[in-house]
Design a protein around this ligand. Structure first.
Ligand SMILES: [Zn+2]
Length: 377
């Protein structure tokens, strides 16, 4: 048995100061105020020194870590993310991969998981292939701009049918409804996400009954809002803000470039504390840094000068979101662990409870990760 003592335990919407968490094997055995949790003999003690102890982070959308592609280096990236408190990862596979490379990337990641080299793998985040060709980085590598054809996508769907958790698409693509139906038939529990899209609100809402409930990097890579010259129109963003059930992913970089800090606060206010999910969306890209962005060292750019994801890990994003919105450590854990687990129906993770996996992280008041415990280790 292990015990984390001297912990400020982070619950979903409150704190337990002077707390103890007992761990048996890979599960949480008991938690509470120290005076109420007796320490068994020969118990290994971890002193949290009064810092916050909360549920491990779950990054539902990232392509890379430590500037390496997850599909190329699953072991190294997995370990790097664990050091950063990320105990659950959904590697994102993007439309810069052709069919052959989608299948290979999925195989390589699944093999790493089965070999024990990717312990914190949760499932795939399929960012594509059918997004709007007008958005996103590395547009020149997108081979999925033409018609949506079953023969081209069905092998990818079948390859990841036991492991995909989220599937992104642009609702305005011609022929997309058949694709959505086929994915749903193969993967009944799939969560759909609207991504890289110029859809109207009506086109987005059409897919809510199919299980669309995530907005991929909300406010990034979404349509035009032109209407009349002096009147604002509406786009995907408004549909996401309007429909309460949709979770909004946010990339919170240090300077607020993906989403300006005022917008981060606005989205938090509109979507509420239950519908914000922080993601890192780290990408590998070393295009030249455009003038004026020299200090944005946690952002990547492609060769066309387009923003190409971040260089963040989720712990850093949580700390940034606290700065940009003034949210508390408790809130940051909700946006980085509880909400992602709820959005994807992941059981026994995302919050502290007896019988849940002992995926726990110790952080300071700026969300610097001091220690990660994954399944009790
Ligand atoms: Zn994207």
């Amino acid at each position: 048995m292990k015990a984390i003592v001297n912990a400020t335990i982070v619950m979903r919407d409150y704190l337990i100061p002077n707390g103890t968490i007992l761990i048996e094997g890979e599960k949480i055995k008991k938690y509470g105020k120290s005076k109420d949790v007796a320490l068994p003999e020969n118990c290994e003690i971890i002193d949290a020194e009064g810092l916050y102890v909360g549920p491990g982070l779950i990054d539902i959308h990232t392509h890379a870590a430590d500037n390496k592609w997850i599909f190329e280096e699953p072991k190294a990236t997995s370990e790097y993310m664990l050091q950063h408190g990320v105990t659950g990862v959904l590697p994102a596979l993007y439309n810069n991969l052709n069919k052959e490379n989608y299948l290979k990337a999925a195989d390589d990641i699944l093999n790493a998981y089965e070999n024990g080299d990717f312990k914190n793998f949760v499932g795939f985040y399929m960012e594509g292939p059918y997004l709007s060709p007008n958005f996103g980085c590395e547009r020149d590598k997108n081979v999925w701009k033409d018609a949506v054809i079953r023969e081209e996508y069905i092998d990818i769907v079948k390859k990841v049918k036991n492991s995909a958790k989220v599937w992104c698409f642009a609702p305005e693509r011609e022929g997309i409804e058949q694709f959505v139906q086929d994915v749903k038939e193969e993967i009944p529990n799939i969560v759909f996400a609207v991504a890289h899209s110029e859809a109207t609100p009506q086109q987005v809402e059409k897919y809510i009954p199919y299980g669309l409930k995530i907005a991929t990097h909300h406010t990034n890579a979404t349509g035009t809002i032109e209407h009349y010259s002096e009147c604002r129109g509406v786009c995907v963003d408004e549909a996401v803000n309007y429909n309460k059930e949709i979770y909004a992913e946010l990339i919170s970089d240090r300077m607020g470039i993906h989403v300006v800090p005022y917008m981060q606060r606005l989205v938090r206010r509109i979507k509420g504390d239950d519908r914000v999910i922080l993601i890192s969306d780290q990408f590998v890209c070393d295009g030249p840094v455009p003038a004026g962005f020299e200090e944005a060292t946690d952002i990547h750019f492609d060769n066309a000068g387009e923003i190409a994801g971040s260089g963040l890990t989720l712990d850093i994003a949580c700390g940034n979101f606290m700065v940009h919105t003034g949210c508390s450590v408790v809130d940051a854990f909700r946006f980085g662990s509880y909400n992602p687990a709820r959005a994807l129906n992941l059981a026994r993770v995302g919050y502290i409870e007896e019988g849940n996996f002992a995926n726990l992280i110790i952080v300071d008041d700026k969300f610097n990760v001091k220690k990660t415990i994954f399944k009790g280790e």
